[in-house]
Design a protein around this ligand. Structure first.
Ligand code: FAS
Ligand code: PHB
Length: 390
C-alpha cells in the first residue's frame, strides 16, 4: 500500500491532521493501535481555545460543537474560602473559550473521516516506522495476522506520549525536557448538573480541585491526590466527600452528586521533545509534548501543531516548497514552551506541594490575592488561558 502521509495515531492530533490533509487533497492513511471505541472511551480534555474551534471549523467538523458546546467568558478562582471571577471576555477584549469534551471532538472527526471514506486501520498491531531519514519512509504493521507495509512520502507521529515514533528516533537525535509533579488528578465524570455555570479552580488547604462540565447535565470533577493513590480505592461517596471539603459553602450546598460514569487518575508532567522533525518524520501533539492539565493546554497545543504541519505539507505538495516543513519544529516549539510555562505556573499556584511547607501556602495565598486585585496580573492569566495569538 502507498500514500502521501502516513499518520500514526487516531487521537485528536491524527484525526484532525487527516481531515485537514484530505481538505487539501493530500492522501493519508491513519494507523491506530486501539479500537475506535477504546479511543472514544478515554475521558480527557474539556476546554477549547478559539484557535482550536476555528481549526475544527476549517476542517469542516464544527457544526455539533457550535450546537452543543458551551461558550465560557470567565471562570472562578476559589481560595481562602472565597470565589473570585476571572472575566476572560473583558480582560482579553472579547475572547472566550468553548467547553466541549475531547471525546466529542474525536467523535466528530471520526464521523467526518468515515463519511469521506478515508482509510483508517484500527487495532493495527506492532506498528513500526522505518527509513524516515531517506526519501522513502515506510511503516509496517500487523492486521488480521498478516504483516503489511505502507510506503509514504512522510510520517506524522501523532501517537501520544507512549507512542512508537519518538521512541524510534536514534539516541542523541532528540533532547527531552521533563518535570514530573508529586501528585495526580483523580477525575470523575457524572450525569449530574454542573455545580456552577462556569468552571471553578480551587486552591484549598486539602489540595487542588476543579469543577468542570461537559453539558448542562454532565459534569467533570477533579481532586488532587498523592501519586500513591489508585482510582479503584475511591468510592463515589469518598470522592464527593473530599470534593465538598475543598469547595466554598455555596458550592458545597449546590453540588449535585451521583454515580460516576468514569473514574481515573491522570499523572501530571511537563515534557517537551526537541526537535519535532526527524527527516521525513514529524511529531505532533502529545507525541512531542505534555502539559499538566491545569491550564487546559494539552489538546490546544496539539491542534496548533497540526495546523502548522498540515500547512507545511500543503505548501510542499502544492508549491513544491520545503519552507514549511523546514520551519515546522521551530514554529511549534515557540508556542509549546509558552504553553508549558503557563501550565507549570498555574499548576504551581493551585496545588499543594508535599515539600512546600507552611510558607508554600502563604506564598500561594499572596500570589492569588495579588492576581485578583491586579488588572495586569489577571489580564496575563486571562490571555494565556484563552490562548496566545498565533
Ligand atoms: P493522544 O494520546 O490523545 O492520541 C494518541 C493516539 O495514538 C492514541 O489513540 C493511541 O492509542 C495511539 N497510539 C499510541 N501508540 C501507537 C502505536 N504504536 N501505533 C498506533 N497508534 C498508537 N488535556 C487537556 O487540555 N485537559 C485535560 O483535562 C486533559 N486530561 C488528560 C488526561 C489524561 C489521562 C491524558 C493522558 C491526557 C490528558 N490531556 C488533557 C491531554 C490530552 O487531552 C492530550 O493533549 C490529547 O489527547 C492530545 O492528543 P494526541 O496528540 O492525539 O494524543
Ligand atoms: C476538563 O473539563 O476536563 C478540564 C477543564 C479545564 C482544565 C482541565 C480539564 O483546566
Amino acid at each position: 500500500m502507498r500514500t502521501q502521509v502516513a499518520i500514526i495515531g487516531a487521537g485528536p492530533s491524527g484525526l484532525l491532521l487527516g481531515q485537514l490533509l484530505h481538505k487539501a487533497g493530500i492522501a493519508n492513511v491513519i494507523l491506530e493501535r486501539q479500537s475506535a471505541d477504546y479511543v472514544l472511551s478515554r475521558i480527557r480534555a474539556g476546554v477549547l481555545e478559539q484557535v482550536t474551534t476555528d481549526l475544527l471549523d476549517e476542517a469542516g467538523v464544527g457544526t455539533r460543537m457550535h450546537q452543543e458546546g458551551l461558550p465560557h467568558t470567565g471562570f472562578d478562582l476559589l481560595f481562602g474560602g472565597e470565589r473570585h471571577r476571572i472575566d476572560l471576555h473583558s480582560l482579553t477584549g472579547g475572547q472566550q473559550v468553548m467547553v466541549y469534551g475531547q471525546t466529542e471532538v474525536t467523535r466528530d472527526l471520526m464521523a467526518a473521516r468515515q463519511a469521506a471514506g478515508l482509510p483508517t486501520v484500527y487495532q493495527a498491531g506492532d506498528v513500526s516506522v522505518h527509513d524516515f531519514d531517506t526519501q522513502h519512509p515506510q511503516v509496517r504493521y500487523q492486521q488480521d495476522g498478516a504483516w503489511h507495509t505502507l510506503d509514504c512520502d512522510f510520517i506524522a507521529g501523532c501517537d501520544g506520549f507512549h507512542g512508537v515514533c519518538r521512541a524510534s528516533v536514534p539516541e542523541g537525535a532528540v533532547t527531552e525536557y521533563e518535570k514530573v509533579y508529586p501528585f495526580g488528578w483523580l477525575g470523575v465524570l457524572s450525569d449530574t448538573p454542573p455545580v456552577h455555570h462556569e468552571l471553578i479552580y480551587a486552591n484549598s488547604t486539602r489540595g487542588f480541585a476543579l469543577c468542570s462540565q461537559r453539558s448542562a447535565t454532565r459534569s467533570r470533577y477533579y481532586v488532587q491526590v498523592p501519586l500513591t493513590e489508585k482510582a479503584e480505592n475511591w468510592s463515589d461517596e469518598a470522592f464527593w466527600h473530599e470534593l465538598r471539603q475543598r469547595l466554598d459553602p455555596e458550592a458545597r450546598e449546590t453540588l449535585v452528586t451521583g454515580p460516576s460514569l468514569e473514574k481515573s487518575i491522570a499523572p501530571l508532567r511537563s515534557f517537551v521533545a526537541e526537535p519535532m522533525r526527524f527527516g521525513r518524520m514529524f511529531l505532533a501533539g502529545d507525541a512531542a509534548h505534555i502539559v499538566p492539565p491545569t491550564g487546559a493546554k494539552g489538546l490546544n497545543l496539539a491542534a496548533t501543531d497540526v495546523k502548522y504541519l498540515s500547512s507545511a505539507f500543503t505548501e510542499y505538495y502544492t508549491e513544491r516548497s520545503n519552507a514549511g516543513i523546514d520551519h515546522y519544529s521551530q514554529r511549534c516549539l515557540q508556542r509549546i514552551w509558552k504553553g508549558e510555562r503557563f501550565s507549570w505556573w498555574f499548576t504551581s499556584l493551585m496545588h499543594r506541594f508535599p515539600d512546600g511547607g507552611a510558607i508554600g501556602q502563604k506564598l500561594q495565598d499572596a500570589e492569588l490575592a495579588y492576581l485578583v486585585q491586579s488588572k495586569a496580573a489577571s489580564t496575563a492569566l486571562a490571555e494565556n488561558y484563552v490562548g496566545l495569538p498565533l
